[in-house]
Design a protein around this ligand. Structure first.
Ligand code: UVW
Length: 345
């Protein structure tokens, strides 16, 4: 089948996993990789790597809000603690049923490849068009809300079954393999630290950490732990000055992401990389690590995971590897998803 693009972005791997690929580096989560993860299970201890999904109390992102839960309505009544005797007096059952409004990227989450694209001349006609990983197009492949009334965002849903790059593609793989923890907090503490290639290599050398093709790399910065400490009253301004972030404008760091062949990149901070990114001039990506991972390489980003208890356990045990199982919701067409990842050691 013909590729859907004539040009691929510099430094991208478009086409390497197939013309129609929607999984990117998840293709490296082979059965051998799962077995390598399973081989790291020695104690039978499981760690939940999700924050409660109502944390942070407030998001640094102005359009993302805490989840809202409500009862469904059944026979005109809110169906919490509802006696089914209202249906048949001989029924002794009590039922509850609810509905949630969830901003999929508010708390512990995965970004799908539909989260970040670019204006790029993929079809070679001399004009840039909006396009995503592997040349999937904004519009025909990644559908948006009705242009005449963007407020009718819900009307996007009837068409999503045909959508490319939705988070359900990730869910269908099971997202299981070997996790590798890089404990940045253990070296740079809780102050804001911009981590470039040299800093990352120093930490990995000191802790004797190796990343092999297909590994799911987790960066512990302490950010989500500080969110938990803040409780419901998140100090959003304070968050901007806390903990390590990757320097997305460091070209050698981006090259390491390419060369390492890691399958997914995960952090307990807000965007894995500094947000906003280091200032620069000229045509550029606002978030260069997002562009590199989600748009060019097909590397899913995990954000705001709660990594501290696992990172501390691994450090105390002199280990860095574990079995990681982390599917998103199998929600067709969604751009991001909450996750309840589980690490087993
Ligand atoms: C932003 O929009 C900042 O992206 P992410 O959810 O990946 O942090």
């Amino acid at each position: 089948m013909a590729a859907r693009w004539e040009n691929r972005p510099e430094g991208s791997n478009w086409g390497e996993f197939g013309t129609d690929d929607q999984l990117g580096r998840l293709n490296l989560l082979t059965k051998e990789k799962v077995l390598q993860g399973v081989a790291e299970v020695k104690e039978g201890l499981a760690f939940v790597l999700s924050l409660p999904l109502d944390r942070p109390g407030r998001s640094p992102h102005p359009a993302r809000h805490p989840p809202r839960l409500a009862a469904t309505i059944r026979h005109g009544q809110a169906s919490y603690n509802l006696p089914l005797a209202t249906v048949d007096p001989d029924f002794y059952d009590i039922v509850s049923d609810d509905v949630a409004l969830i901003h999929t990227q508010f708390s512990t989450q995965w970004d799908s490849f539909a989260h970040w694209g670019a204006r790029f001349d993929a079809d070679g006609d001399g004009a840039a068009e909006p396009v995503y990983y592997n040349g999937w197009r904004a519009g025909p492949d990644i559908k948006g809300p009705r242009k005449d009334d963007p407020a009718k965002g819900w009307e996007r849903f009837p068409g999503v079954a045909a959508q490319a790059l939705g988070i359900e593609k990730m869910a269908e793989t099971g997202v299981q393999g070997r996790g590798v923890m890089i404990d940045l907090r253990g070296h740079v503490g809780d102050g804001r630290a911009m981590i470039g290639y040299d800093d990352l290599m120093r930490v990995m050398d000191k802790d004797k950490i190796g990343v092999e093709p297909g590994d799911m790399v987790c960066l512990h910065t302490g950010f989500a732990d500080r969110i938990l400490e803040m409780g419901a009253n998140t100090d959003v301004d304070g968050l901007h000055h806390l903990c390590a972030v990757l320097d997305g404008r460091d070209a050698r760091l981006l090259k390491w992401v390419t060369d390492s062949q890691l399958s997914t990149l995960i952090a307990d901070n807000y965007a894995v990389e500094a947000y906003p990114a280091r200032p620069a001039t000229g045509p550029r990506a606002a978030l260069p690590l997002h562009e590199h991972c989600l748009f060019k390489l097909g590397v899913h980003l995990g954000e705001i995971w709660h990594l501290t208890p696992l990172a501390e356990w691994l450090r105390a045990a002199g280990r860095s590897r574990f079995l990681l199982t982390a599917p998103p919701l199998r929600l067709p067409g969604a751009v991001g998803s909450p996750a309840t990842p589980v690490a087993t050691v």
